[in-house]
Ligand binder design. Structure first.
Ligand SMILES: Cc1cc2nc3c(=O)[nH]c(=O)nc-3n(C[C@H](O)[C@H](O)[C@H](O)COP(=O)(O)OP(=O)(O)OC[C@H]3O[C@@H](n4cnc5c(N)ncnc54)[C@H](O)[C@@H]3O)c2cc1C
Length: 386
């Protein structure tokens, strides 16, 4: 059992030399604070426009949420397409959906163009329904996708059983155009591209405060015409939005490489990346080296006010593994990345009336639901009217 961020072990043996911290003063056109998916994407775009770019990263590139993520490259987010349509109308949903689709094209394009080794695997997505209400969610997602003309296949219960080897789910929507990736290796790959093109990248460099156009770190400073902040765990000294970020978290586990027999039991036809219709959803996929990634949580841990850091060491202790995913039996499958990770870079729009109250009410409702053991009956926030 390894209780650490397992992804870091995948950096061993790569030629990624860590970049030294910033020392002294630097003048640049654009400074990017934070080298996760957002900061690195911004740096790539700015580099292409010919600007002098300096990237400052507290950890290593990809060392926070990006490099701890499950690596699902899918336009689906906490809000499904059907929920986007209810909130923003058909055209609004189409536009919003197109943004992550372009993001996926951008990421996969960089991987191919720069021949990055980051375990990019093409896998269809399968959104599966839990219980009767889950079947309705699946049906609504199918209708939403159909109305926008997106490719997909609707699976009744029996067909889901055929592709997932379990009768646990009441239906599913399958669609193409999605991938899995080791996002930490990707971030390190992007770092190498930036360095090769003259971008300054400093790791182990925390920006302590910003004064006008100057950023101050522990050993140096940068003056820039423009500053782009792509940091997580925001500080109020960077932006007033810091006060509007709330904490949520998810557990992620990864198995040892599975034998072919176990893979066939999980995915009798071919591997897919899957998640279910629960509010605190369970998600799983197979990596390129046939490890099973499973993520999820409980209502209590996901919406707790502070990080839940108790290590969960076995299948029974992992909130996402309690019989939901049809794991193969035997000692070869166990969580090796068992600590929960903060998932808190999720700004709530400033001044949105009643939003904090609605979230507080939802949190309280979820706590009651979890205590009462009736979580499956709960719906996603959009359905609950928030
Ligand atoms: C367990 C888990 C699973 C997830 N699974 C998925 C998934 O499958 N698919 C998906 O699309 N999303 C997933 N996510 C969400 C996804 O990881 C994030 O939305 C995304 O990585 C955010 O990227 P970012 O660049 O905004 O933030 P981050 O990756 O957090 O980058 C911010 C960077 O800023 C740096 N930083 C912070 N403060 C400073 C400072 N003062 N000075 C310098 N640097 C600073 C941090 O060290 C960090 O590297 C998951 C998240 C978690 C935690």
């Amino acid at each position: 059992m390894i209780l650490q961020n397992w992804w870091y072990t995948t950096l061993l043996g790569t030629d990624g030399v860590l970049q030294p911290p910033l020392r002294g003063h630097v003048q640049t056109d654009v400074a990017v604070v934070g080298a996760g998916m957002a900061g690195l994407s911004a740096a790539m775009r700015l580099m292409a426009s010919g600007r002098r770019v300096t990237v400052l990263e507290r950890n290593v590139c990809g060392g926070s949420s990006t490099g701890k993520s499950a690596g699902f490259l899918t336009p689906d987010s906490e809000l499904e397409l059907s929920q986007l349509m209810r909130r923003f109308g058909t055209e609004g949903a189409r536009e919003l959906w197109a943004v992550p689709v372009r993001g996926i094209e951008l990421i996969t394009g960089y991987v191919r163009r720069h021949d990055m080794q980051c375990d990019l695997v093409k896998q269809d997505s399968l959104f599966v329904g839990n219980s009767g209400s889950g079947r309705r969610d699946v049906q609504q997602e199918f209708e939403a996708r159909r109305s926008l003309g997106f490719p997909q296949t609707l699976y009744p219960r029996g067909r889901v059983a055929a592709v997932l080897g379990t009768m646990n789910y009441t239906g599913g929507v399958r669609y193409p155009g999605t991938y899995g990736i080791n996002a930490l290796l990707y971030a390190q790959g992007i770092k190498r591209v930036l360095l090769a093109n003259g971008v300054r990248v400093h790791e182990s460099t925390e920006v302590r405060h910003i004064e006008g156009h100057t950023l101050h770190t522990h050993l140096g400073s940068v003056t820039a015409d423009q500053i782009i902040v792509c940091a997580d765990k925001l500080k109020p000294s960077f932006t007033p939005y810091a006060r509007n970020v709330f904490h949520a978290q998810t557990f992620l586990s990864i198995s040892e490489p599975l034998e072919e027999r176990a893979v066939r039991r999980l995915f009798p036809e071919e591997p897919m990346q899957c998640w279910d219709t629960d509010l605190v959803y369970t998600y799983w996929r197979l990596t390129g080296d046939r490890r099973l990634l499973v993520g999820g949580g409980s209502a209590l841990s996901t919406f707790a006010l502070h990080a839940v850091t108790t290590p969960v060491g076995d299948r029974e202790g992992h909130p996402a593994l309690q019989g939901e995913v049809p794991l193969p039996q035997g000692p070869r499958v166990h969580p090796v990345l068992a600590r929960p990770h903060r998932h808190d870079a999720r700004p709530v729009p400033h001044g949105s009336p009643g939003r904090a109250g609605a979230l507080g009410a939802l949190r309280a409702r979820l706590r009651r639901a979890a205590v009462g053991g009736v979580l499956r009956g709960f719906r996603r926030p959009a359905r609950a009217g928030h």
